[in-house]
Every structure is written in C-alpha cells, then in structure tokens.
Design a protein around this ligand. Sequence first.
Ligand code: MN
Length: 284
Amino acid sequence: MKLCRFNDNRIGVVRDDQVHDITPLFERFGRPGWPYPAYDWIVGHFDQVRPEIDGFLPGAQRTPLAEVTLRAPVANPGKIIGAPINYDDHIAEANADRQINHGKHFVSLDKLGLFIKAPTSLLGPDGAVQIPFPDRRTDHEVELGVVIGRQARRVPRERALDHVFGYCVALDMTVRGPEFPGFRKSPDTFGVIGPWITTADEVADPNALDLDITINGETRQRSNTRHLIFNVQHLIEYASAMYTLMPGDVIMTGTPAGVSPVSPGDRMVARVQGLGELTMTIAR
Ligand code: MN
C-alpha cells in the first residue's frame, strides 16, 4: 500500500494514479492532547485501521494524484536518524575529497555512529530546499528511507524488520564543512522524504533496491541498497541499542558515491526502486 499525506493534512492511499482519502478511518481516535506524543500519530494508529482500508476504498473520495499537493508522508517524525558512511564507494570518495572530509579520515560506521537530523528539517514533495549559506557547498545525498512502525528498543537484527512500517525515498541534504553532522544536516528543509510511504509488505527485500538521483537531468548517483555496509536490519539494531525507536521515526540509511553540490534553481529527481519518484527543486 502506498500511503500519502496530501492537501490539508488528509491521509490517502495512492492506487492507479488516484489518491483515495482514508482520513475518516482515523477520526474515531480523536486528536492527541498536550503533551503531544513524541511519535507520529497516524503511523502509530495504522495497525488498527489497516484491516478496514480495503473495504473503505471503493466508497472513498478520490482525486487524481496530479491534482493533489503531496506533503511529507510522515507529519511528525520524533527523530530522523542518519547513517553517515554506509557505502564503501562513498567512504572512498569522501576520503579522497578535502571538500567532503575537511581533514577527517572515515573508516567505518561503527567508529562514527549515527547522527540525528532535527524534526524541523522535514520537507515533503510540496516544498523546495532552501540553502542557508550560499557561499558554502551544499550536497544532495539520495538514500533509502525507513519508517519505523512499532516502538523498538534493543531489537536484534533478526527481528528488526518486524518494526518497519514502510519505506520511502529520502534526501539527506548536507552542508559540507568541519562542524558536527547534526549541525550541517539539520537546516530547515534538509530532511526530504516522499513521495509517499510504501508499506513494508510490498517491499520483498529492502537491501536489494536500485536508487539514483539526477540533477537537471544528469545522473549523479546510482547504486543499489545491496551495497549498504550496515543493512536495514543492522541499522535498526544499531540505532535501537542507543535510542527507543518510535512510530514515524525515519532512518536515512546512507548515501552511495556521487554526492555533488547543488545550486539555486536546480531540479533533483530521486528514485528508489518500487518507492516512487521524488522531485525537488533548490529554491532561488
Ligand atoms: Mn547521508
């Protein structure tokens, strides 16, 4: 199932170029009151709604996909987790390029750990990436995004996929520089996800998906998630050893070689096999 958020916070199922509005299925839960839960309310209630969706769809209001405004498919990720060096070819390019490494030498993910992108960095297909420092290098990083569905703490990798809600295309936008990744990767609009969430039951193996990105029509990155050093299960084990993962948390799994600077007016088209195509511009 392809689940989107669209227009004025409607929840939709994308099927055959139509968006079917299933918002009414969530209305019985009432909206959460303060203090608001540190997870995504729609993802957190989805298991209760899922059995009713097939019966609801024939009567649901539908709108052509081309006529809706798609928002980030998770509205409130409690956290967005990033894996900084998770493809060998990206480690090699980073170590070879002073503009990327800024004097650091990268060895392996388990030496460096993960980083957190602020939830305020979130952006969906409706927006544009805003470059905060026009005089500094800002790069695209296309990645597989993993959306957590069930609370997870100290999950062994054998059971990790039980905690996955679904997958999406992700862009881990990055200012290059010497500062901590959590600073350089967290500006507003730097955590891009979309165009929708493809639920986990439709993804046979998340560690075998082609991914690529074009900038103004030119391919810059092209790889397959089989080259992930820490695969999806291993990342969930690693992250959940440190943090409780909550419904709606997003893990950006790392980027392959080919990162490069973007400029105002650029048009990025990012794809992950089976998860759709995410088009994003860099604001002028
Ligand atoms: Mn990244």
